[in-house]
Design a protein around this ligand. Sequence first.
Ligand code: ZN
Length: 303
Amino acid sequence: MEPFCSQTSVKTNYGLPKPKASYFPTNKDSPLCVNKTFYDGIAKTAGKGERKLIEKFVIPIRSAKAWKVPKRCVCRIIAVEGPQVGDLDIWNFNNPREHMWAARTRQLQSAHVSVYDRLWSNLPFLRPLVTITGDSLKNRGQDEWGGRCHDLMGTRCDPYVDKLLSGEDNDFHCHSNLTRAVMPYGLTEYDIHDVLNVFQLTGLTDKDQYFMEPCPAKKGDYFEFFAETDVLCALSCCPGGDLSLWDWGEGDEKSNVDMTSCCRPLGVEVSEITNDDVLKGWKEPQPPNYKGNHGLKTPVFKR
Ligand SMILES: [Zn+2]
């Protein structure tokens, strides 16, 4: 049966001017004007021996792990064995009500992210939690179908949508993996939010529907960010692996599809920057100083 789609692939020319990005800097000191030299300096510490590894681990297939990245540190996610997508959630370590906000980041940066992009937090905070400093796939650009890497449009896979679409109970979706991973930090399923899909190639079809293509990462590819504040990260090795065999459910026995065959682990490294000069001038970003109260006034009593 042809699935329903309200959108058309036909374009109508209304004679409109070409639209520009709606979220833009209004002055040279805008938080959207990133200091590239500063972040280049951070990226270069990797090749200069100006980093001290403070944590390193590998996340096995179909599981997740949560970890702290202290502010002023860098965190690298590595495709240690080959293509594999990772679903990344980020919170303020000291206040998990502040967390990454995928929708606003799409507007302030773009729907796919790479070097110099920030991952912004939700309201009433709205500040960069991390800034991306390294991406070995940054030159890949856009493919013939409009697919781009490191996706903020989709979200994590979850057992509810799988049950809805396939009728099966599967317990190792990214939502479940992330839920188990954050429990030691006192967080629950309700704290899991829309993710950054690292190493995931996605776009919209000519009918405006979300698509995913096989993961383009090769062994050794990495994605790296600088923590602008203390953050708690959680990363799930998606049970869809490199997405080359993506389907709902686990595939039926007749088709002989074993989705674990395209699943690989992901590595994580957290490092301190040992050359203080590199971070000279850095300040922890603060939320905008909005002083209104959404228009509410405190009542004034006459006596
Ligand atoms: Zn997933």
